[in-house]
Design a protein around this ligand. Sequence first.
Ligand code: MN3
Length: 205
Amino acid sequence: MAFELPALPYDYNALEPYIDTQTMQLHHDKHHGTYVSNLNNALKDHAFSSLDPEQVLRRINEVPEAVRTTVRNNGGGHVNHAMYWQIMKPNGGGAPTGEIANAINSSFGSFDAFKTAFNDAGAKRFGSGWVWVTLGQDGKLQINSTANQDNPLLDGIYPIMGNDVWEHAYYLKYQNRRPEYLSNWWNVVNWDEINKRYAQAKQGR
Ligand code: MN3
């Protein structure tokens, strides 16, 4: 198989009480697993099946039209979730550290203002999608949101971090209370990993 479901880097129950065990099991094994198998099926006989999945998204316009939407949705689903598991960790959260802390302060004034803007963008996304932090041309951090499984890489922009606001990410525990999920999510954020991704973004990855 060309694309593989990455193992979760911690136990299914490791993000309790903020993200419950059953949600993690279903979200990783079933949802992410299905994106990977659909992506493999769509690109089965195509040279892109040997590419890094991030490159597939960057080159989405070269994917045959017959499977382009399938690849966009499921390739996005694969790349988005591979990032999502890595930018969370047990006993994470707290104030940001390292270079990203400086970038947050210079772009948004304070960590609280940044969190508020991120949570608002996530809460306002109608239906299913993601909320992202990217690096703008001016060197400042930007917050935006996309529908479905669209990733900023479709526009050539490397995402520094993002949160999943599909109902499958939170509904078992939070039901309709998406803002509560968004605000609790900061307790599991992995700033070390986000700093690595920020460095990649600055290098123009
Ligand atoms: Mn998801």
